[in-house]
Design a protein. Structure first.
Length: 201
């Protein structure tokens, strides 16, 4: 519980900067990407992402809620994940991100790091018969040690985001570099480029 009052004019809610959904007939996967914290002085703990897929009659095909660790003050993060559903392509997909006032905390660089504090390098795409392996290295340039960091890959077609995947790297100490590997189905996305990001977990 915070022991200080945040002036109302300094409180901003999270917003979605960009969101993407991917559909496959019969076996569907929805991917979601977020989010921007416009608070200049306050980090957001435990931001919540909700995604809901509906058919033409409004029936819910699937819904999922995820809670992230935090978003540093004045930072924008990219996040990719998935939910599964059965049936045809949804008629609509709703993606929202929210935060509670009680989860606004004064920015502490030793606790809440920006996405740019994690540097991804030496990446490669290794295409096999049944899957694709993405490998690389992640460096923690912050002053904080992390039990777990999420590595996110974002697939693009031209300038459009078409999906994403996620993998985890454990025990990433301040100033250290570790290798990672992420696997995906070889036919999952027809992308022409990809980008990596990382967030504290």
């Amino acid at each position: 519980m915070s022991n200080y009052e945040i002036p109302y004019w300094k409180k901003y809610t999270l917003s979605i900067e960009e969101a993407a959904a991917y559909f496959r007939i019969g076996e569907g996967k929805l991917r979601k990407l977020v989010s921007e914290n416009p608070n200049a002085e306050y980090a957001v703990e435990f931001p919540e992402i909700i995604i809901t897929a509906r058919d033409a009659e409004g029936k819910i095909l699937s819904t999922d809620e995820r809670t992230l660790n935090s978003i540093a003050a004045d930072d924008t993060i990219y996040y990719g994940d998935e939910i599964f559903y059965e049936g045809g392509e949804p008629a609509s997909v709703e993606i929202s991100v929210s935060n509670k006032d009680r989860n606004l905390e004064k920015q502490d660089d030793a606790k809440y790091v920006k996405q740019s504090d994690f540097v991804i390098s030496n990446t490669s795409e290794n295409i096999g018969s049944y899957d694709v392996k993405y490998t690389g290295e992640i460096t923690n340039n912050s002053n904080a040690d992390f039990d777990s960091v999420a590595v996110v890959i974002i697939y693009k077609q031209g300038d459009s985001i078409i999906g994403g995947d996620i993998e985890y790297v454990d025990d990433l100490m301040a100033g250290s570099t570790k290798a990672f590997e992420l696997s995906a189905d070889s036919d999952e996305f027809q992308h022409d480029s990809y980008e990596f990001f990382a967030i504290q977990w």
